[in-house]
Design a binder for this molecule. Structure first.
Ligand SMILES: [Zn+2]
Ligand SMILES: [Zn+2]
Length: 129
């Protein structure tokens, strides 16, 4: 995939994802609360490949022991990315390009009971090993 551009709702934070790996849709309860949405499509990338191009000083990170930290814009509240160590999961809804295809669904065992998963992408009950 080519580089992907993204920005938050207020536009103060913008970034580029270099060498994005795949689009995965997560159905876990933590992503659900983080975004307020039934599921959270995220683009996987190496931490070094996520380049903040504006507004880095506005990005705050919510960290909770035992879980991946989650970063957001402190001006508008947009959920931007999560991930610890050398992996980043960038929320696909803040990216400019709409033509990504979902590679798979993960954490489907935790999906919202009121949400029906569509499409033909494989569904994994947890995270594929
Ligand atoms: Zn913002
Ligand atoms: Zn999740």
């Amino acid at each position: 995939m080519t580089d992907l551009n993204g920005r938050c709702l207020c536009g103060a934070v913008s970034f580029v994802v270099h060498q994005p790996q795949m689009l995965v849709e997560c159905h876990c309860t933590r992503c659900r609360r983080w975004t307020g949405c039934a599921s959270t499509p995220v683009v996987l990338a190496a931490a070094a490949d996520l380049e903040l191009t504006a507004g880095e000083e506005l990005v705050a990170t919510y960290a909770e022991e035992g879980f991946s930290p989650r970063s957001f814009c402190t001006r508008c509240g947009t959920s931007l990315y999560s991930g610890a160590a050398d992996t980043r999961y960038v929320t696909a809804g803040v990216l400019e390009e709409p033509e990504l295809e979902v590679a798979c669904h993960v954490q489907v065992a935790d999906k919202a009971s009121w949400h029906e998963i569509g499409g033909i992408a494989p569904q994994h009950a947890a995270l594929p090993g």
